[in-house]
Design a protein around this ligand. Structure first.
Ligand SMILES: [Zn+2]
Length: 461
């Protein structure tokens, strides 16, 4: 007997981390109900000649304002525009970094941003609360977060007097580990940065062409090394966000070699650009933290991504408009780090990585979806194609040739770092919990259909 489903994706090459075969996929009530065998659907998508991949899981995006020193600084993208860009790029789950308002407790901040995202997002989401002020209540807050299924935390070593509050941060890291949570860490050393920047100021070299010198590689390496030691001390896993240099990667590899749970994320800019960019007229567009490094660093990250020393490639999507990025008044002190990447993450990595033979298709899926889903407690609901999993699928056209035109993108940035790049491979359809949210050039789902995903504990890869 043929089972009738809500949706059938027919004839595609279904690819997961480690396996591929041509099969039909039957979807019922938003979940994958059958893979292979006879089936029919109320709606059918012909995926013949295409790949069917697990939807992207980008656990590092900024779609809510940075709250600091009583000020709220919005990005060009919020949950509305950012989640639409995600859907267009094949990303079906986003992890938003949420900053607390003054005196706001972590569980409150998650509730506030989850409500905003539930109102606006077209794709599913989780919120990573930023711990800025560890205090006597922090351990309780962390236990409460875990209880509510928010199993991650974010710490910045480079902002807000990290070092003066260090004991509190390390205690929080240990508590998070005990609760099965994963702590994301931005590793740059504020002391090294301040010294290097002071020297540039003294020399009158404060323009953005000197951005790389203001945050030298050693500031990342020493921060990674220290954070690994703190994590080892309290026996907690850490996830190093946007790792960008060979030196920092070798610290992480050495710790892993000792059996420590240190996970590594990189992001697109470090794979495609080097610090030579800062010398160009459009140099300010490439300002992000940590800054772009040299060719050796770029090559080390590609090798790490292919070999499994780098676990995820997430965007750190933090969009500014062109005018904001190219503001001639900006200096190394007032720089606006961040770039729009959600729409290009998967297509550019597929084109430059898989098609050019630097990354296997299986690794592509691991680093854009499966690994993040495991690390952030979403697996196997997200990050794979299996019976019982959410039907988060990308019908991927490996031959679709589409030059990047930032102005046509869905991000309000209005430009792309990949302007004019000849990118081959892109989503034909993006499906979230069985609903087509993007099809052939247009987002076809409404604002506010995305859901907060309740999570389990972090798991090893
Ligand atoms: Zn970030």
């Amino acid at each position: 007997m043929t089972t009738a489903y809500d949706l059938v994706v027919r004839g595609g090459l279904v690819v997961t981390a480690g396996a591929e075969s041509v099969a039909d996929i039957g979807v019922a009530d938003g979940r994958i109900a059958q893979i292979g065998g006879d089936m029919s659907g109320e709606r059918e998508i012909d995926a013949t000649g295409k790949l069917v991949l697990p939807g992207g899981v980008d656990m590092h995006v900024h779609l809510s304002p940075v709250e600091m020193d009583g000020e709220s600084v919005p990005w060009a993208d919020d949950f509305t525009s950012g989640s639409r860009a995600a859907a267009a790029g094949g990303v079906t789950t986003i992890g938003n970094i949420g900053f607390p308002r003054p005196a706001e407790r972590l569980p409150e901040l998650v509730a506030r941003l989850a409500a905003e995202a539930a109102r606006d997002s077209v794709v599913d989401f989780v919120i990573h609360p930023v711990l800025m002020e560890p205090d006597a209540q922090t351990a309780n807050d962390i236990a409460r977060l875990a209880e509510l299924g928010h199993t991650s935390l974010k710490i910045f070593m480079s902002i807000g007097d990290f070092d003066t509050k260090l004991p509190g941060f390390v205690e929080a890291l240990g508590e998070a580990g005990k609760q099965g949570m994963l702590t994301m860490v931005h590793c740059e050393d504020s002391c090294v940065i301040e010294q290097a920047t002071a020297e540039l100021r003294a020399q009158g070299r404060t323009g953005l062409r000197h951005y790389g010198e203001s945050r030298p590689t050693r500031s990342e390496q020493v921060a990674v090394s220290r954070m690994i030691a703190f994590a080892e001390t309290v026996g907690a896993p850490i996830y190093i966000v946007h790792l960008g240099s060979e030196g920092a990667l070798s610290e992480a590899r050495a710790a892993r070699g000792r059996g420590q749970r240190v996970y590594v994320e990189t992001r697109p800019i470090y794979l495609y650009f080097t610090d030579e960019k800062f010398a160009g007229e459009d140099g300010p567009l490439f300002v992000g933290n940590p800054p772009l490094r040299g060719a050796r660093d770029r090559d080390a990250l590609w090798a790490g991504l292919a070999a499994g020393h780098v676990d995820t490639c997430c965007t750190d999507h933090a969009a500014w408009t062109l005018a904001d990025k190219l503001d001639p008044e900006l200096t190394v002190d007032t720089a606006r780090p961040g770039m729009s990447e959600l729409e290009t993450l998967m297509p550019v990595l597929f084109s430059e990585g898989v098609r050019k033979g630097r990354l296997s298709l299986s690794r592509f899926i691991e680093v854009t979806s499966t690994n993040a889903a495991k690390l952030f407690g979403l697996y196997p609901q997200k990050g794979t194609i299996a019976v019982g999993s959410d039907a988060d699928l990308v019908v991927w056209d490996p031959e679709l040739r589409r030059p990047v035109v930032g102005a046509q993108g869905l991000s309000r940035a209005g430009y792309s770092l990949y302007e004019g790049w000849d990118v081959v491979g892109a989503p034909a359809q993006t499906i979230s919990r069985g609903e087509v949210v993007y099809s052939e050039g247009a987002v076809v789902a409404g604002q506010g259909r995305g859901r907060l995903v309740g999570r389990g504990p972090t798991r090893d890869l």
